[in-house]
Every structure is written in structure tokens, then in C-alpha cells.
Design a protein around this ligand. Structure first.
Ligand code: C2E
Ligand code: MG
Ligand code: MG
Length: 669
């Protein structure tokens, strides 16, 4: 029951208490008047007036006592079990009132004699009073108490309601036998009081119904609001407000059924943000969340009116396009999405660039049920990621083959070390001022018995996903160090060997310890080992990575940041890391000729390395144009096909021994 209704009920209850007390008192006054006061007044003797008046005080005092008792009795709330012993006290006093009244009546009519029939009433009064004391015992004891097992105590509160009516009925009965004006007045008064009581109860009931109806309707509103809330939680994504996966699956199911019925068309587009994890790791999850909200908003604004969009979880969105006429419409939508997502997102004064990969499957062309539709779109999306991201891809049956190839590679990768299928190639790094080979980057190759040489770009991501990267990484490190040691023993002393370290490897708690162990085991000079870490690895979990890099520096190894410029690094943080070299990403070098913007980026990176007193090396140098530009900017260390592709160790040793690039420098000069 609501508090308001309870308050109102209590207020009405007080009114009823007053009316009931007045009714019972009225009846008691009538009886007392009839049997004790009136006969006493009739006997008043003028000579003995004070004595007679004193005699009258007895019934009056008795009435006052009764009034107090009735008040006490009536004021006990029915739902107040703690006060049940007070009922017994009230009952005891009622018995006492009856005994006193009978005694007064007998005394005034001179018919009282000791040991009369009414005498036990006083004993009864005392007995009930004693019971009240007995009743005042602890709750647990009450349960076993005989008194409580009987229904007497449970009946007492109910009698409260019937008491006023019972007393008026008894007064009526009295009126039949005795014709007395005072009794008549008291009866009339009691009837008026009973009528008032009835009116109060009726109004209270009506009010209660109104209140209950109001309570009911407010409860209904609350229930429907809560149901809506639960519905939203169950079917809508709380971050973006878009339908979630569950809702989407229902919609897709319905769309497929409808399309089947009307023989229509349906396309499913699965969209996954590229490099979202890097953004999340670099800038933190709240940035990632804000970014997802912005992307969701852009998608809604760009295509929301023609398609159903949902967030599948993480950085994945799904779109249903119904009733398209030409495939070209889907292409237009996919392109619109790519260009919307590619627009820069400004977060705390950082312009963040992202892109997405889209996979598309078509109903009836590719398949006829929603599960397969989802699976195919997923395969196509995966493929567009493989194709270099920021693109879309329709599902074709060839994709299935490439996916099953990936699964096959995944199972075989685990056995590749055991089967001795890995080998390292070395790509020379050249100082163009004197043509000397200053180092080499060790690059892993997988010599597969069926597919031949597999590129690390194909299997390193699988190794990272499955956790095999730690084992493979240690294999690379140990083999590269062994080779470096061999070079030292062949008299080739100043060649630095670069080893690529996956972000997953460096996250490993034991990483620094493992590097130290391999250096000790192989006996390589630590200063000739150059660990290449990616920007994303360098800029996540700041304190952990700084500690690990400092520990590595204590061992004596060199640290390079690979593919510098492709991540989201902040230059101020770069200053805090113990880094020796920045490797300019080949993505930038490759575009020097076609896009002047990249010239500016490369020039800035070189300027930064000069200011921070770091070494700089350009990767992926393929032609004279790139070479000349880099040289003009002050980058004198280069690596790329222009000098050599990655080669087996024997070939690399020959190159060093023959000092092959010195001739080119002389020609150049
Ligand atoms: P990366 O560390 O940036 O290595 C340079 C990649 O660019 C190598 O590809 C190299 O062959 C290629 N490259 C060098 N010069 C040129 C050029 O002039 N033109 C072009 N088009 N490409 C050039 P690769 O060997 O296929 O390796 C690809 C990536 O795989 C590496 O990029 C590196 O991130 C990763 N990787 C290679 N070996 C390992 C390894 O042992 N461990 C780990 N964790 N990753 C590795
Ligand atoms: Mg590298
Ligand atoms: Mg690189």
C-alpha cells in the first residue's frame, strides 16, 4: 500500500475511533444512569446530601474509568501485534466496569449481600489482568503459548469493529422493556453517531477506491516505462542507440521471409572499423566510445532512411538494404559509407583518421537464409580487410576457399617450428654517404610444403590472433642472434641486426628476461641487436612499456620504432621513450612522387629525429626519385628494393664482403 493511502486511512481511523468511543460511552452512560445514578438520585435525602452526593461519585468515577478503557481498547490498531496484551488489560477493565455497575445497582436497591453471584466478576477482572502480564512474553515463547494457539487473541481486534454496534443493539433491547426518557435520548444519540460512522466509512471507501485506481494507473505507467526500458536494454545498443545484434537478427529474419514472399532483393553489409583496436589502446576506451558514437551518427545520417543499421558489438556494424534494383545502388551505398567513415574525427584537438572494411552478401544470389547471409558477409568483410582495408567486397565462392586456406594455415602454423619450416631473410640497410651496409632487418619466411614461400603479412596476424606469436617471436630472436654472432665470428663486426617484435610479444611480462636469456645464450653483442617495435606497441600502456624499454636499454640493445608515422603517436611521449631510431614507413616513401603531402610528412619526421638526436632510416626505397628526395632532406640511411630485396644469409654475407653498394655511391658521386 502506498504511504499516501496509509496516511489517509490513519486519519479516517482516528475519526472512527472518536465516533466509536462516543457511541459506547453513550450506551454506558445510559446503562449507568438507568441502574445506578437515577435510583441513587431518587433516594437523595436532604439531611444527608453530602453523603449521597459522595455515593454518586462511585458510578461517575466508574464511567470515567470506562471512558479511558474504551479509548485504550479502541485505539489499538488491528495490525499492531506488539500491543496485543493491552487488549487483555482493556478487557479486564471492562469486566471491572461491569462488576462495579452491577455492584452499584445492587447496593442502591439494597439487595447486595456478601458472596453474591456477581462477586466472582472482580476475581475474573484480576485473572484477566494477570493473563495480560502473562501475555507480555517474548515472541518465540508466544508461538508455543496455549493462549495464542486458541483463537481468542486473534478475535479481539475484530471485536473492536463490532463493539459500538453491539452496544447500541443492547440499548435497543433495553428500550423494549424500559420506558425511560434518558435512555431514549442516549439511544437517539448513539443512532446519530452510528449514522455518522457509516457516512465516514462510506466516504472513506469511495476515497480508497479513487486512491487505489490512481495507484493502479501510476503503477501501470511505471510498469510500462520499465518494460520499455528493459526492451531498450535487450534490443538496443546502449552506447550508440542503434538496434543491437539480437534486434538485428530478428529484423534480418523478417526481411528474409518478406523478400522470399514478394520475390524481392536484399543485401547485407557488414562493416568493421580498421585499426580501431590501435585507437582504443592509444587514446583509451572513452575516446573509442566517442568515436563509435560519431560513426553511428554518421551512418544514420548518411543512409539511415534507406537501410536498417545496427551495431553488432565492438567496432562492427551491420546494414540491411531491401528492394534494391541494381547492384550499382549497393556499390554507391558502400562508397558513401567509406567516405563518411574516412572523414577526420576531432577528439580533444586530435584529428583521428579511420576507415572501415565492408563485406556484402546478397539474398538469393549467394544464399537463401539469414545465417548463411551473415556468414558470407563476414567472409567478404574479412577479405576486404586482407585486401588492405578501407574497401568493400562482395561475397564470391572464391572467398570461401581463401577462408578455408586461412583455417588450414592456422592449424599448420602450430607445427611449423617443429617441422623446421621457418627461415630468416635479411634485407640490407645502407648508409648512402659511403655505401656501407650498416645493418640488416631479419624478416621471417614460412616455407610451406604445399603453398611454397608464405609472406609474414599472411601468417603473422594469424599467429598474433592465436597467441602463437610468442613462440615464433622467440624463434626469430634466437635465430637472428645466432646469425649475428656468426657474422661477428666471420670478422663482420659492425653489422646491426634488426628483429621485428610484435606488440603481443612485448606485452608479455617475461619479455625482457627472455631477450636477456637469448643474448647470453648466443653470446651476441647486445649493441648489435636492434629491436623494431611498432608505434602502436610503443604508445600503449605508457608506464609498462617505458619500464620494459628502459630495462632493455640496460641490457644494451637498440630500439627502433618501425613504420613511424602510421600510428597515432604523440611527439611529446616519444621524447620520454629510450628510442634510438625512427624508421620512416614505406607507406609514406611510396607516395613521395604522387602526393606532395607525403614529402612534407617525411620532412617533418626527419626534422623531429634531428631535434631529438635520433637516427632515421627510410624503408621501402625503390627508385632514384625517392632516394634523392630523402637524401636532400638529410636522411642518409636507407633500406629498400633499390638496394636489395630480403635475401638468405649467405647472399647477405657476400654483399657485405664485396661491399656492393660502395660502387653505386662512387658512380652517384
Ligand atoms: P616491416 O617490418 O616494415 O618490414 C619491411 C617489409 O617491407 C618487408 O616485408 C620487406 O620485404 C618489405 N620491403 C622492404 N623494402 C621494400 C621495397 O622497396 N618495396 C616494397 N614493396 N617492400 C619492401 P615482409 O618481409 O613481407 O614483412 C612484412 C611485415 O611482416 C614486416 O614489415 C613486419 O611487420 C612483419 N614481419 C616480418 N618478419 C617478422 C618477424 O620476424 N616477426 C614479426 N613480429 N613480424 C615480422
Ligand atoms: Mg620492421
Ligand atoms: Mg617497416
Amino acid at each position: 500500500m502506498s504511504n499516501k493511502i496509509k496516511e489517509k486511512r490513519d486519519r479516517n481511523w482516528t475519526k472512527l475511533l472518536i465516533v466509536d468511543t462516543m457511541t459506547i460511552t453513550c450506551v454506558a452512560i445510559a446503562i449507568t444512569w438507568l441502574y445506578t445514578i437515577e435510583p441513587q438520585i431518587a433516594k437523595i435525602n436532604i439531611d444527608n446530601i453530602w453523603f449521597n452526593l459522595l455515593y454518586l461519585m462511585y458510578p461517575v468515577g466508574n464511567l470515567i474509568c470506562l471512558f479511558v478503557v474504551i479509548n485504550l481498547y479502541m485505539s489499538l490498531k488491528p495490525d499492531d501485534p506488539e500491543r496485543r496484551s493491552l487488549y487483555l488489560i482493556a478487557l479486564a477493565f471492562l469486566v471491572m466496569f461491569a462488576a462495579n455497575t452491577i455492584y452499584s445497582h445492587l447496593a442502591v436497591s439494597n439487595s447486595y449481600h456478601s458472596a453474591s453471584l456477581m462477586d466472582p466478576l472482580w476475581a475474573l477482572y484480576l485473572l484477566i489482568l494477570g493473563l495480560a502480564g502473562l501475555d507480555y512474553i517474548t515472541e518465540s515463547e508466544k508461538k508455543n503459548d496455549l493462549l495464542y494457539k486458541g483463537s481468542l487473541m486473534r478475535l479481539l481486534p475484530k471485536i473492536t469493529v463490532a463493539l459500538p454496534i453491539l452496544s447500541v443493539v443492547s440499548l435497543f433491547a433495553l428500550m423494549i422493556f424500559i420506558d425511560d426518557r434518558f435512555v431514549w435520548i442516549c439511544t437517539s444519540l448513539s443512532i446519530i453517531l452510528i449514522t455518522v460512522r457509516h457516512a465516514i466509512v462510506t466516504t472513506q471507501s469511495k476515497q480508497l477506491i479513487v486512491d487505489l485506481e490512481q495507484l493502479n494507473s501510476s503503477l501501470e505507467t511505471k510498469v510500462s516505462d520499465r518494460t520499455q526500458e528493459l526492451f531498450d536494454i535487450a534490443f538496443y545498443d546502449q552506447l550508440t542507440g542503434l538496434p543491437n545484434r539480437r534486434m538485428f537478427e530478428n529484423s534480418l529474419k523478417k526481411s528474409v521471409i518478406m523478400t522470399k514472399k514478394k520475390n524481392g532483393t536484399l543485401a547485407l553489409l557488414l562493416l568493421d572499423l580498421d585499426r580501431f583496436k590501435t585507437i582504443n589502446d592509444t587514446f583509451g576506451h572513452s575516446y573509442g566510445d566517442t568515436m563509435l558514437k560519431i560513426i553511428a551518427l554518421r551512418l544514420k545520417e548518411a543512409i539511415g532512411s534507406i537501410c536498417t543499421i545496427s551495431r553488432q558489438g565492438g567496432d562492427e556494424f551491420a546494414i540491411i538494404l531491401e528492394d534494391y534494383i541494381h547492384k550499382q545502388e549497393i556499390v554507391q551505398i558502400a562508397e558513401r559509407i567509406l567516405s563518411e567513415v574516412a572523414k577526420p574525427i576531432n577528439l580533444s584537438d586530435h584529428n583521428i583518421y579511420t576507415s572501415c572494411s565492408i563485406g556484402i552478401s546478397l539474398y538469393s544470389n549467394d544464399c537463401a537464409d539469414q545465417e548463411t547471409l551473415m556468414r558470407y558477409a563476414d567472409a567478404a568483410m574479412y577479405y576486404s580487410k586482407e585486401r588492405g582495408k578501407n574497401t568493400y567486397q562482395f561475397y564470391t565462392s572464391e572467398l570461401d576457399k581463401s577462408i578455408s586456406k586461412k583455417l588450414e594455415l592456422e592449424t599448420e602454423l602450430g607445427k611449423a617450428i617443429e617441422n623446421n619450416e621457418f627461415c630468416l631473410f635479411y634485407q640490407p640497410q645502407v648508409n648512402i654517404l659511403n655505401g656501407a651496409i650498416t645493418g640488416a632487418e631479419a624478416l621471417i619466411r614460412w616455407m610451406h610444403p604445399v603453398y611454397g614461400c608464405i609472406s609474414p603479412t599472411d601468417f603473422i596476424p594469424i599467429a598474433e590472433e592465436t597467441g602463437m606469436i610468442n613462440e615464433i617471436g622467440l624463434w626469430v630472436l634466437e635465430n637472428a642472434c645466432t646469425q649475428a654472432k656468426k657474422l661477428q665470428s666471420e670478422g663482420i663486426k659492425r653489422i646491426k641486426i634488426g628483429v621485428n617484435i610484435s606488440p603481443k610479444q612485448i606485452q608479455h611480462d617475461d619479455f625482457v628476461h627472455q631477450v636477456g636469456k637469448i643474448i647470453r645464450k648466443t653470446g651476441v653483442y647486445p649493441q648489435l641487436l636492434d629491436l623494431e617495435i611498432t608505434e602502436s606497441a610503443a604508445f600503449q600502456n605508457e608506464s609498462d612499456i617505458t619500464r620494459k624499454l628502459n630495462d632493455l636499454k640496460k641490457i644494451g640493445v637498440k630500439i627502433s620504432i618501425d613504420d613511424f608515422g602510421t600510428g597515432y603517436s604523440s611527439l611529446s611521449y616519444l621524447n620520454k621513450l629510450p628510442v634510438d631510431t625512427l624508421k620512416i614507413a614505406q607507406e609514406f616513401v611510396k607516395q613521395i612522387q604522387s602526393d606532395a603531402k607525403y614529402k612534407a610528412i617525411i620532412a617533418s619526421i626527419i626534422a623531429v629525429t634531428q631535434n631529438l638526436k635520433l637516427k632515421v632510416i627510410a624503408e621501402g626505397v625503390e627508385d632514384m626519385y625517392e632516394y634523392e628526395f630523402l637524401k636532400s632532406q638529410g636522411c642518409f640511411d636507407m633500406q629498400g628494393y633499390m638496394f636489395s630485396k630480403p635475401v638468405p644469409i649467405e647472399e647477405f654475407i657476400m654483399m657485405v664482403k664485396n661491399n656492393v653498394f660502395a660502387k653505386d655511391v662512387q658512380l652517384d658521386a
